[in-house]
Design a binder for this molecule. Structure first.
Ligand SMILES: CC(=O)SCCNC(=O)CCNC(=O)[C@H](O)C(C)(C)COP(=O)(O)OP(=O)(O)OC[C@H]1O[C@@H](n2cnc3c(N)ncnc32)[C@H](O)[C@@H]1OP(=O)(O)O
Ligand SMILES: CC(=O)C(=O)O
Length: 544
C-alpha cells in the first residue's frame, strides 16, 4: 500500500470507455491511448476483455512484446459460468493467456442479477466468485474484484451483498471495488454504505490488503461526486475514464476526479509534472476516439478558464483567484480572454496584447474599438470564434492595415444540372477587383457559390500576392440569426482559412448569404496577407 494520502487511479477508458455508443477503437488506437495513459503516470490501466474479441487478445499480445513503462496493464473478465469449472472456462483461459500480473474479475452482488440474470442460486454465485479468484490466484495472478451493482445489491439485500464481498476477500482479492453499475446512487448513500462495508470487513485504509475501490457511472450526474464521497470514507482506488466516456451516460471522469482529489482534497494521485499532462491527454484521447472535445468540461475544457464578462476580465488581470478556482497551468490548461458584446476595456487590452499590440485604457482608439464591437455584435457579428476578424477590426482602428485590393463587383451564377439522370450543382463566379491601380476581371468555377467566389477572388489576386496560392478554406459554418424571418433572415457566416501552417477564422453578416460569405472570404484573405506582412509586428500604443 502507498502512503496515507495515496489514491490509486484505475483507468478503464479502453474497456468501459469503449462501451460508449459511438466509440469504436482500432488496435492501433488502443495502443496509442494506453501509451499516453502510461506516460501520464496512471498506475492501473484496464486494457480490455481478452476472451471477448480478437482485437483485445492481440492488444495484450502486443503489450507482452512491448511492455508499458510504469503502469500495470489489467485484463478484465467475469467470474466463471454457473455450474462450470473455473480451470475449464474459456474466458478465464483467455485472461491467463493475456499474460498480465493483475486481473479484474466482476461478479454479482445483487441477488436479482443472480436469480434473473445468471439464473442460478445465491450459493452458486458465491462459489463462482470464490472459485474464480482462487483459481486465478493459484495461477499467480493478483486480483481486483469488481462488485457489479454493489450499491443496488446492498440496498436490496444487505446481508447477501456483504457476503459476496467477504467471499472475494477470503478468496484472495487484493482490491474490492464497489461498482455503481446503473449509476443511480447518490453521494449520501455512497457515504453510509461505504462506512458500513469498512466496519463489516474491518478494512484498514492505507494498511493491509484488501483495500476498497470505487467504480461509478454518471446516470444521475453524480459519478464524480460519488467517487469523492467514497474516498472521504476510506476508498483508496478510484476507477474512471478519460473525459468520462462510458456506457450510457458515461463513467466517472478522471479529468475531473484527479484534480479535485489532488489539488483540493490533498490526496496524491500523480506527480505534479504528470498532472500538467491532463489537458493534453484529454484532448489527445478525444481526437483518438473521434469525438469533439467538450469545450466546457471542468478543468480541461477550452472554456474552463475563459473569461468573457468585462467585470471578470478586469478582476482576473488584477488577481486570477478572483474568477479561477485553480491555476490552469497546474493541469496544463490556459486562461483565455473572450471578445464579445459583454467585453469591457480590459478584454480589449488583454486581447490586443496577444496580437502583439500594446494599448492602454486611456487610448481613445480603445473605447472606439469596444464601441464598434458592441455595435457589430448587435448586428449579428460574433467575434468569440472569429479572432482574425477582431484583429483586423482592431488594426483598422489603429491605422495598422492596408487595403490590399478594391472590389468593383461580383456575380455568381448557380446551375442545377443532370448527368445520366443524377442531379449535381455547378457554380460560376465572375469578379472584378482593382489592385495597385490595375483592374482584374476573373472567372472561376466551384461546386458551390462560395467556393466559386473564393476561387475567382484568389485567381484575381494571386499574381500580386503569390502567397495566396497556399491559402485554402478549411471550414464554413452558416447560422440563421432570426429564423422567424424565413429566407430573408440575417445570416452569419464563419470561415476558417489556412496557409498550411496557421489557421484563422473570420466572420461576415448579411441577409444575403453570398454577401456574408464574401465578407468572411475577403477578411480571410486579408488576414492571411497580413500574417506575412511587416504590419503584423508588435506596434506601440498610439498614445505613447
Ligand atoms: C458491468 C459491465 O460493464 S460488464 C462488461 C460488459 N461488457 C461486455 O459485455 C462486452 C464484452 N462482452 C462480450 O463480448 C460477450 O458478451 C461475451 C463474449 C462476454 C459473452 O458472450 P455470450 O457467451 O454470447 O453471452 P451473452 O453476451 O449473450 O450473455 C452474457 C452471458 O454472461 C453471463 N454473465 C453475466 N455476468 C456474469 C458473471 N459475472 N459471471 C458469469 N457469467 C456472467 C450472463 O448470464 C449471460 O449468460 P447466458 O448466455 O447463459 O445467458
Ligand atoms: C464492472 C463495471 O464496469 C460496472 O459494474 O459498471
Amino acid at each position: 500500500m502507498g502512503t496515507a494520502n495515496q489514491i490509486w487511479l484505475y483507468d478503464t477508458t479502453l474497456r468501459d470507455g469503449a462501451q460508449r455508443e459511438g466509440i469504436a477503437l482500432s488496435l492501433e488506437d488502443k495502443l496509442k491511448i494506453v501509451r499516453q495513459l502510461d506516460k501520464m503516470g496512471i498506475p492501473f490501466i484496464e486494457g480490455g476483455w481478452p476472451g471477448a474479441n480478437p482485437k483485445d487478445v492481440q492488444f495484450f499480445w502486443k503489450l507482452q512484446e512491448e511492455p508499458l513503462t510504469q503502469a500495470e496493464i489489467v485484463a478484465f473478465c467475469s467470474t466463471r459460468r454457473p455450474n462450470k469449472i473455473a480451470a475449464e472456462d474459456p474466458l478465464l483461459k483467455a485472461i491467463l493467456a493475456a499474460g498480465t500480473r493483475w486481473v479484474t474479475i466482476f461478479g454479482k452482488s445483487w441477488d436479482l442479477h443472480v436469480t434473473e440474470g445468471l439464473k442460478t442460486s445465491l450459493e452458486e454465485n458465491l462459489k463462482m466468485i470464490a472459485d474464480t479468484i482462487e483459481y486465478l490466484r493459484s495461477q499467480g495472478r493478483r486480483v481486483i474484484y469488481d462488485a457489479e451493482h454493489w450499491f443496488d445489491g446492498y440496498i436490496n439485500n444487505r446481508d447477501y451483498a456483504l457476503e459476496t464481498l467477504k467471499t472475494a476477500k477470503v478468496a484472495g482479492a487484493e482490491w474490492l471495488v464497489l461498482c455503481d453499475t446503473n449509476g443511480g446512487t447518490l453521494p449520501h448513500d455512497v457515504t453510509r454504505i461505504v462506512q458500513d462495508v469498512i466496519t463489516y470487513l474491518d478494512i484498514q485504509p492505507d494498511k493491509d490488503s484488501p483495500q476498497l475501490g470505487i467504480h461509478t457511472h454518471n446516470d444521475s450526474g453524480t459519478a464524480v461526486a460519488n467517487g469523492l464521497a467514497g474516498v472521504v470514507e476510506g476508498v483508496r482506488m478510484v476507477q474512471g475514464t478519460i473525459n468520462g466516456y462510458g456506457e450510457r451516460c458515461g463513467n466517472a471522469n478522471l479529468c475531473t476526479l484527479i484534480p479535485n482529489l489532488q489539488l483540493k482534497m490533498g490526496y496524491h494521485c500523480l506527480e505534479e509534472t504528470q498532472l500538467t499532462q491532463l489537458t493534453k491527454t484529454s484532448r489527445l484521447i478525444s481526437e483518438m476516439v473521434n469525438l469533439a472535445p467538450d469545450d466546457h468540461a471542468p478543468f480541461v475544457g477550452r472554456s474552463a478558464f475563459a473569461h468573457k464578462g468585462g467585470i471578470h476580465v478586469s478582476a482576473v488581470q488584477k488577481n486570477p483567484l478572483t474568477y479561477e478556482h485553480i491555476k490552469p497551468e497546474n493541469i496544463g490548461n490556459e486562461r483565455r480572454i473572450v471578445i464579445s458584446e459583454m467585453a469591457g476595456l480590459s478584454n480589449v487590452l488583454s486581447k490586443a496584447k496577444t496580437f502583439g499590440i500594446e494599448l492602454n485604457k486611456e487610448d481613445a482608439a480603445c473605447r472606439q474599438i469596444l464601441a464598434r464591437i458592441k455595435e457589430l455584435e448587435h448586428e449579428g457579428y460574433q467575434f468569440e470564434a472569429a479572432e482574425a476578424s477582431f484583429e483586423l477590426l482592431m488594426r483598422q482602428a489603429l491605422g495598422q492595415t492596408k487595403s490590399f485590393f478594391e472590389l468593383q463587383g461580383f456575380q455568381v451564377h448557380c446551375d442545377r444540372l443532370y448527368e445520366e439522370g443524377m442531379p449535381y450543382s455547378n457554380a460560376l463566379a465572375t469578379i472584378k477587383v482593382t489592385v495597385n491601380g490595375e483592374d482584374r476581371l476573373e472567372v472561376a468555377e466551384g461546386n458551390g457559390p462560395v467556393s466559386a467566389l473564393d476561387s475567382a477572388l484568389r485567381k484575381a489576386l494571386v499574381n500580386f500576392y503569390p502567397e495566396i496560392a497556399q491559402f485554402h478554406l478549411t471550414d464554413y459554418k452558416v447560422r440563421i440569426l432570426d429564423g422567424g424571418a424565413g429566407t430573408s433572415a440575417n445570416t452569419r457566416v464563419l470561415i476558417e482559412s489556412s496557409n498550411g501552417h496557421e489557421r484563422w477564422t473570420t466572420v461576415g453578416v448579411s441577409p444575403n448569404i453570398l454577401e456574408a460569405s464574401y465578407q468572411a472570404v475577403v477578411e480571410g484573405i486579408e488576414y492571411g496577407l497580413l500574417l506575412k506582412s511587416s504590419l503584423k509586428q508588435p506596434i506601440q500604443s498610439i498614445s505613447s
